[in-house]
Design a binder for this molecule. Structure first.
Ligand SMILES: *Cc1c(COP(=O)(O)O)cnc(C)c1O
Length: 397
């Protein structure tokens, strides 16, 4: 199919819920993608923080192929070894004791919301089901998770929303404290806001939330769907602070592009989820969990995470140098390899210009150029990205 045909048929047959770029991608390897005509692109989107090991890594393809020949799916009526191995690896690497597997970020948050309600119901009876979330947060597109999302544009037209969510200013412990009353059971927060514009909170924010939640017996839920799995240079973003939640959600990079979600929690909280209380047909199939285990094995290696921190620091310094040169850059933000440049104008046009020059990046919160390269990126690709940005910035001047 040629590109015109592809675009036309896409319009004819696919729900028009996405604004797509004028680009049809045919293949990928490492940090690079190729379009249908064989043109190469340097990818600093990585499927929105999904392909953390790059595109089509050989070892992942091998695991996928071998597992696909052995066992793909049997239902959670039965035990399977890949699922248990992944659960043991994940819980062994953080605060959690138990995992619930599902298929996406929204579903992981959905599970967290259901668990928080059920847990509170058991301890306090009905009426204590409120969840405090943050303005400009993003938690997904199902009805419950868009209700949790603190952005009106995502909720518009879908009312009535799921009851019980209230939104407060991000990065303010005080704002959360003020919103707590006898109807609240949990606080849901991204350790770094991704879609909200790569917003890194102050050092003591998560710690402040932890203290508040402990004091009021609220569950603290971290949405690490975008910033977990090595993205920030630690396996999980909150491990920079050393303050643990009661529940954490993962998805995106967990299987490097195969659909998976996970909700992790402590034994104490998990007790509220008994047999029959939650389920997912595809949740944690042998195929996806075998792949995720290999992803986990590679990303959790300290040498891998160390490289993410080193390249991330180099990248950040190069972006800060750009900021000194171009007055329209308001701020450089981020940690590890989730970085953003806030501009004083909408960034959509710059994204298109970079694409014309063979570099893919993404713009979020209208004015923030967001960089989410595969975590295997090196200073060579970072240099190329920065040079491309400069050439576009120069034209802007
Ligand atoms: C992407 C994302 C989600 C939603 O994940 P889906 O797999 O698209 O449902 C939720 N929370 C955060 C922080 C995300 O970045």
């Amino acid at each position: 199919m040629d590109k015109q045909d592809l675009m036309q048929q896409s319009q004819n047959h696919i729900c028009q819920t996405y604004n797509r770029y004028n680009l049809a991608i045919a293949s990928g390897k490492g940090c690079y993608l190729w379009d249908q005509e064989g043109r190469q692109y340097l990818d600093f989107v990585a499927g929105i923080a999904v392909c953390n090991l790059g595109h089509c890594p050989m070892e992942i393809a091998r695991v996928m192929y071998e597992q696909a020949q052995q066992l793909v799916h049997v239902s959670n009526l039965y035990y399977t070894e890949p699922q248990v191995r992944l659960a043991a690896a994940l819980t062994g690497s953080c605060f959690a004791d138990k995992v619930f597997f599902c298929n996406s970020g929204a579903e992981a948050n959905e599970a967290a919301i259901k668990l928080a309600r059920k847990y509170s119901r058991k301890g306090y009876g009905p009426g204590r089901y409120g969840i405090i979330t943050m303005k400009n947060s993003f938690h997904g597109r199902t009805l419950a998770t868009l209700s949790a999302t603190g952005q009106q544009k995502i909720q518009e037209g879908f009312e009535p929303l799921v009851d019980g969510f209230r939104y407060v200013e991000f990065d303010s412990v005080d704002a959360v404290a003020k919103a707590i009353d006898e109807t609240v059971c949990a606080v849901l927060v991204e350790p770094i806001q991704g879609e909200g514009g790569v917003r890194v909170p102050e050092r003591n924010y998560l710690e402040g939330l932890r203290e508040l939640c402990t004091r009021h017996d609220l569950l603290l839920i971290y949405d690490e769907i975008q910033v977990g799995m090595g993205r920030t240079g630690k396996l999980f973003s909150h491990q920079h602070e050393g303050v643990t939640p009661d529940i954490m959600t993962l998805a995106k990079a967990l299987a490097n592009g195969m659909p998976i979600g996970a909700m992790l929690t402590t034994d104490k909280v998990a007790e509220a989820f008994g047999p029959g209380s939650h389920a997912s047909t595809f949740g944690g199939t042998p195929l996806v969990t075998a792949v995720a285990f290999e992803v986990f094995r590679q990303i959790s290696a300290e040498s891998f995470l160390e490289k993410v921190r080193t390249v991330g620091e180099y990248f950040r310094e190069r972006l800060l140098a750009l900021k000194d040169k171009y007055s329209f850059i308001r701020e450089v933000r981020g940690r590890g390899l989730i970085l953003g440049i806030e501009l004083d104008f909408p960034g959509g046009e710059l994204v298109a210009q970079c694409q014309e020059r063979g570099v893919l990046l993404n713009c979020t919160a209208e004015k923030v150029l967001r960089f989410l390269p595969p975590l295997i990126v090196t200073s060579i690709e970072v240099d190329r990205l920065v040079e491309t940005l400069e050439s576009v910035f120069r034209d802007k001047h």
